[in-house]
Design a protein around this ligand. Sequence first.
Ligand code: DLL
Length: 429
Amino acid sequence: MYWNKKIETLKSGDLERLQTKRLKWSLNQALNIEFYRNLFREAGVSPDDIATLDDVTKLPFTHKADLRGGYPFGFCAVPMREVVRIHTTSGTTGKPTVVCYTRQDLGNWSELIARNMVMAGIGEDDIFQNSVNYGLFTGGLGFHYGAEEIGMTVIPSATGNTKRQIEMIEDFGVTVIHCTPSYALYLAEAAEEMGASLDTLKTGLFGAEPWSENMRRELESRLGVRAFDSYGLSEMYGPGVAFECPEHDGLHIWHDSYLVEIIDPKTGERLECGERGELVITPLVKEAMPIIRYRTGDITMLMEDGCACGRGQKIARITGRTDDMMVIRGINVFPSQIEHALLSLPGVGEQFMVYIDRIRHLDEMMIVVEIDRDVFSGELQDLARLQSEVAGAIRDALGIRTSVKLAEPGTLPRFEGKARRVVDRRGDL
Ligand code: DLL
């Protein structure tokens, strides 16, 4: 099913023409921002030098630090009178990034979310519980208005009060839920404890943080849903940049609205299809904040075209961020790889924490993971075996030695929004 079939299935020639036209428009729009006027002048380029899509490589990148430097409205390309909404990033490190939207931007954004949902087979007969943070986080209002655009019944439940969330799913006959994968797990656990069946649920839309294929299987079986991966970032409206189709083999970029490249994060060189690197995005229709060649920090790769659903360009599931990649004894590790390895072991739960210390100049990793109740209260020798199985699975998957602590179910922190499972104590005294 399509929300906008013509655009979603645009083929190479027509697509390239549309993207090039919109790229030029975006560059001219960016000239309303002093930062870009200076940047382009210093780089000796102007929008007139861009004749083909490949010419985009002549333009410099925009970094997160640039956006922070422009706090609050330095990257707004329209007069404030035309700005009808503001969101911000969470700003856990330093000042948040402010994102402005014109009325047209909000309309574009709702359309992209509507495309996501219709692609996942959702329609106006569905009842939608939006269990993400409302407010400055883009996941809440973004999905809310996209769902209303389709005409679904929307329950703006936000996060928190998990028992009430479960009652609402049951009482209102909710068919579609949207939340972070971490919160979905927590909901599944709480529903199991309450003996709630959640049998009206059929679709789960999960995103805003990395999650693994094993986590998909876990969520699908425990919540009884088909799970779809949803990718986006505040700087590009929010969710609605890329989303999975029912083939579940990569996420389709909304190619009329975003031009994507993959680069080597160290050299900035462009990488080929199939090579993993950092995702760089240039929005093609954003009025209020046309950011050029934005370094997302997210690690993924472009996939071959030719999906059975008929839509175009795809990226692979995001494995992590350049800045949440841990380098442990010289080996690059992403939390999503740890999650994938742990979930492949029977008896091991989904909740874990990773602690990294530097002991006598050497990096040491410790994983604390919850295990199933029956294993926890079982024989000591079974616990010891499981402990070494966990260490073995991590060694096989990552090539790293780790110490392992097995924890009682329900004792590790739960997360309502994005999970924070890694505690890197190497900088601490
Ligand atoms: O997380 C927007 C969003 C809301 C996406 C709801 C999907 C669903 P930010 O808070 O600005 O925006 O965080 C953006 O989150 O650069 C990625 O590192 C990460 N991220 C988002 N979606 C995924 C995903 C929202 N599906 C940052 N897989 C991005 C992996 C994701 N990481």
